[in-house]
Ligand binder design. Sequence first.
Ligand code: SAH
Length: 209
Amino acid sequence: MLSERTRLRMSERLRQRGICDERVLTAMSQVPRHLFVDEALASRAYDDVSLPIGHGQTISQPFTVARMTELLITGRTPGRILEIGTGCGYQSAVLLQTGAEVYSIERLGVLLEKARRNLRAARLIHARLLHGDGHAGLPETAPFDGIIMTCAASTVPALLLEQLAENGRMIMPLGEQEQHLLLLEKTKSGIRQTRLDPVKFVPLLPGRI
Ligand code: SAH
């Protein structure tokens, strides 16, 4: 139930639903999602559902993780990626597995520690995990080739957009009750915005605790 075969089947279902970047499909078939959720939920880890990760937060369904990863890296090398909302570390793990250099910020200290343990258990130790308020981004490490927010904001955080490299891409859930994915691409002539799939994410909140 928790084997590589189960993950390969999940990856095949993602392909049928339209994910086509092989690096994303391979990463999804390699990262042991069951290590990122509580043991009691492990048997559901490879179903296409979002799951609770404690402290009122959730891990997105595998399709959404794959879709956002694909939007971020398709047609390019992943490069340096900033994630806002580390949660249990699963999205970071998938990004690492595609070859990205991952920086991830989480406001809840307890969740960040959990993510560290989960990533270590999955033998993925190269993510830089930081305790802080993601609104500010990470100016000392910018620019980023990609920025991914895994919590929803009602407006695009301006400081994050500033930290995007030219030709960089940012993907985020935008909205409150009604949300959709927004893809932002920084070009020489400005920011191109594309409104995509309806989604449901936990909110981006201020401060760190
Ligand atoms: N990507 C995560 C899913 C995280 S859920 C995973 O794969 O598990 C969204 C996370 O965003 C929550 O853990 C929440 O605490 C965090 N978050 C909300 N507001 C934040 C902020 N301002 N800065 C950093 N993290 C934030």
